[in-house]
Design a protein around this ligand. Structure first.
Ligand SMILES: [Zn+2]
Length: 68
C-alpha cells in the first residue's frame, strides 16, 4: 500500500499528475485544513479542494519550507 502524504503546509508546492488547462502542474498551498485552498503557479487561479482530492492528484510535493 502506498503511503500518501496528506498533511500539507502553507507554502508547499504540489506537482499534480494532470496539468491544469493553462498547462501548469504546480500548485501552491494557500490554506491548509480539511479543505485546502490552492493556487495554480502558472495562471494564479485559486481552487478549493479537499485534502483527499489533492492527495489523489499529487505526483510530488515540493516543500518550500524545507529549502536549504
Ligand atoms: Zn493554471
Amino acid at each position: 500500500m502506498a503511503i500518501v502524504k496528506t498533511d500539507y503546509a502553507i507554502g508547499d508546492i504540489l506537482e499534480f499528475k494532470k496539468s491544469h488547462p493553462c498547462g501548469g502542474t504546480r500548485w501552491k498551498i494557500l490554506r491548509a485544513g480539511v479543505d485546502c485552498k490552492i493556487e495554480c503557479e502558472t495562471c494564479k487561479r485559486i481552487v478549493i479542494m479537499s485534502r483527499l482530492e489533492i492527495s489523489k492528484r499529487v505526483k510530488k510535493v515540493i516543500s518550500s519550507s524545507q529549502q536549504s
